[in-house]
Design a protein around this ligand. Structure first.
Ligand SMILES: [Ca+2]
Length: 198
C-alpha cells in the first residue's frame, strides 16, 4: 500500500515524536547496555590491587557477595587491556552487572579465565550466574602459571533473557585468598537472533 506523501510524512513525524517522548521518559538512572567487561574502569593502582567488599562497585560492576580484588596494571598479565579481577580477596566473592536485554532473546557470553598463581589450591573453581542461577561451572588449574604468564583460556555460554534486564555474575566457589581470575567479558546480542546451537 502506498500512502499519499503527506500522510506518510505525518505518520513518520508521529513516530519520531513518540520516540522522543519515550527517550525523555527514560530516567537517567536506568540500567544501560552491558559495559566494561574488561574491568578497565576505574583505573586501579598500578602494580597493585584494590580489595572491594559486597556493595562496592568496579565501574558498571558491583560486588554482590564476599570480596574480590580489582587488579591494577602491571600486577599480573591481563587478558585484555591492563586490569582484571581476582574473585577471591581473602575470601570468595561475586561480581555482577545488570544490563538491558530483550526478553526471549538469546545472548552469548564469552570471558577470559585464569587464576591467581600465587597460592593454592591449584585448581580454582567458580560459577557464572544469570539472574542468580548457576549457568556454568568453571575451573582453572594454575599449576605452572605465573603473574607474567597467566595462561588465560576463553570460555563461552549462552542464556535467554527473562526480561528487560539481566544480571550476569561471576562467583568464586573456592575458599582462601587465591581465586579464579576473570577478564574480557563479552556479551553478544547479535549471534542468535535466529536458530542458534545451544
Ligand atoms: Ca581487562
Amino acid at each position: 500500500m502506498a500512502f499519499p506523501r503527506s500522510l506518510a510524512t505525518t505518520l513518520l513525524a508521529g513516530l519520531l515524536a513518540t520516540g522522543t517522548v519515550v527517550a525523555l521518559a527514560t530516567p537517567a538512572s536506568a540500567v544501560s547496555r552491558f559495559d566494561d567487561g574488561s574491568f578497565e574502569y576505574p583505573t586501579g593502582p598500578a602494580n597493585s590491587f584494590r580489595t572491594l567488599s559486597s556493595g562496592q562497585t568496579i565501574g558498571p560492576w558491583r560486588v554482590t557477595s564476599g570480596a574480590v580484588d580489582h587488579i591494577g596494571a602491571g600486577f599480573w598479565q591481563a587478558a585484555e587491556g591492563d586490569q582484571s579481577v581476582d574473585l577471591n580477596a581473602t575470601r570468595p566473592g561475586t561480581v555482577s552487572q545488570t544490563f538491558t536485554t530483550t526478553a526471549g532473546k538469546k545472548y552469548s557470553v564469552t570471558y577470559a579465565l585464569a587464576a591467581n598463581p600465587e597460592g593454592g589450591p591449584a585448581v580454582k573453581t567458580g560459577r557464572v550466574l544469570v539472574d542468580g542461577q548457576n549457568f556454568q561451572d568453571f575451573s582453572f588449574d594454575s599449576t605452572g602459571k605465573t603473574r607474567a604468564a597467566m595462561g588465560y583460556v576463553t570460555r563461552q555460554m549462552t542464556f535467554v533473557a527473562n526480561g528487560p534486564t539481566t544480571t550476569l555474575g561471576f562467583t568464586s566457589t573456592v575458599t582462601g585468598a587465591y581465586g579464579p581470575v576473570i577478564d574480557d567479558v563479552r556479551v553478544d546480542d547479535t549471534c542468535c537472533s535466529c536458530s542458534c546451537p545451544s
